[in-house]
Design a protein around this ligand. Structure first.
Ligand code: NAD
Length: 352
């Protein structure tokens, strides 16, 4: 028997196709009168359309969200919030836009309605990472957890196949680490296995046929489950490595997760046999780490950190940083083995 503590975060999740039509009703349900719609510059048109749907309760669009939630952008949005007497936030986009909504909520406690358009899963977590002066700090607070999440599969149809693949692998990474987390529990393990299964089934179909509605629905369902895992239990070596590598070499978030995941999984395999069995089973593969590598390769996703812009000279420095302030990990950290792991991920070799 493995004793456990399970705490659930409050969540109102609306899932389906065309579910965004419920947005005005959700705004009304929360009693909001002056809502600010957030997006990246690339998704400004979607944000404008959403504001149109909300009608007189929409008080503007702020389309300045960007990767890693820079504090300067949050401060610009905060000026808008104050000037327009905003009483609620609607975010339409991926983890970057959700991050901006969370950063505003941290400072104001304004209610948030999030409509995710990628598989990053930030909408299901009380976690916020912010960047200032090139340094990214992460914190946990119930204030940043969105009040309502509207998953509308239709919003994901435009996510290009390449981004769908890496974003889906990013989601799978949350579930992989949840299965061997120190504070793992059977409920989250069920969600993790089902999340991996749904994404592993859907992603190859999406890469081939991006408008396959069934596959898109499966992938978004899997992303929800994987995001819930990320919000519920602690992450380990894989997330620490991606945080370190992304910060040090300014690497793209989801792509970095994709290239590192098979190697971090292989590193932990000897210390977490039960988790490895669940991952392999969910992937439909003989073994967990090679199964993840093969899935990424089949999706045409980047396998080598060098192709993402990491310099070879960074391998030693990354191994040093990964040894500092480590997260809890099922297998103790060994610098030589970590260095080899990073070198293999750098070159895109199969995991060992
Ligand atoms: P993103 O939000 O930066 O989106 C990537 C690009 O794709 C953007 O240009 C965006 O406008 C575009 N895009 C998004 N959805 C689209 C769609 N359906 N169609 C067309 N284009 C679309 O990327 P992401 O990977 O979703 O998020 C990454 C960020 O989220 C990172 O900063 C990461 O740290 C953060 N994150 C945070 C958590 C958390 O729990 N705090 C969890 C996961 C990710």
């Amino acid at each position: 028997m493995q004793p456990f503590i399970y705490s659930a975060h409050p969540a109102r999740v609306i899932f389906g196709s065309g579910t965004l039509a419920r947005l005005p009703a959700e705004v009304e349900r929360l009693g909001l009168e002056r809502v600010l719609v957030l997006s990246t510059p690339q998704q400004e048109a979607e944000a404008g359309a959403l504001a149109g749907r909300i009608g007189t309760r929409a008080a503007g669009v702020f389309a300045g969200a960007t990767m890693h939630t820079p504090v300067g952008v949050t401060e610009a949005a905060m000026r808008h919030v104050a000037a327009e007497r905003i009483d609620g936030l609607v975010a339409v986009g991926g983890g970057s836009t959700t991050g901006l909504a969370k950063a505003i909520a941290l400072r104001t406690d304004l209610p948030q309605i999030v409509a995710p358009t990628t598989y990053a899963g930030s909408e299901m977590t009380p976690i916020l990472g912010e960047t200032q002066g090139g340094v990214k700090t992460t914190q946990k607070s119930p204030r940043v957890l969105p009040e309502v999440v509207i998953y509308d599969v239709d919003l994901t149809l435009s996510l290009p196949p390449h981004l769908s693949a890496v974003s889906g692998m990013n989601a799978i990474a949350h579930a992989v680490e949840a299965l061997y987390a120190q504070d793992r529990n059977p409920i989250i393990a069920m969600m993790a296995a089902e999340g991996i299964r749904a994404l592993a089934r859907a992603l190859p179909r999406i890469v081939e046929t991006p408008h396959d509605a069934e596959a898109r629905s499966d992938a978004l369902y899997g992303a929800w489950l994987c995001g819930t895992c990320l919000g519920a239990v602690g992450m380990a070596l894989h997330h620490k490595l991606c945080h370190t590598l992304g910060g040090a070499f300014d690497l793209p978030h989801a792509e970095t997760h994709t290239a590192v995941l098979p190697h971090a999984t292989a590193y932990n395999a000897p210390a977490a046999p039960e988790a490895m069995g669940a991952i392999a089973e969910a992937l439909g593969a003989a073994e967990a780490a090679p199964g993840l590598y093969d899935l990424a390769a089949r999706l045409g996703a980047p396998l080598a950190l060098r192709d993402l812009g990491m310099p070879e000279s960074g391998i030693e420095a990354a191994a040093d940083s990964a040894m500092k302030n480590p997260y809890w990990n099922p297998r103790p950290l060994d610098r030589t083995a970590l260095r080899d792991l990073i070198a293999r991920a750098y070159a895109g070799e199969p995991p060992r």
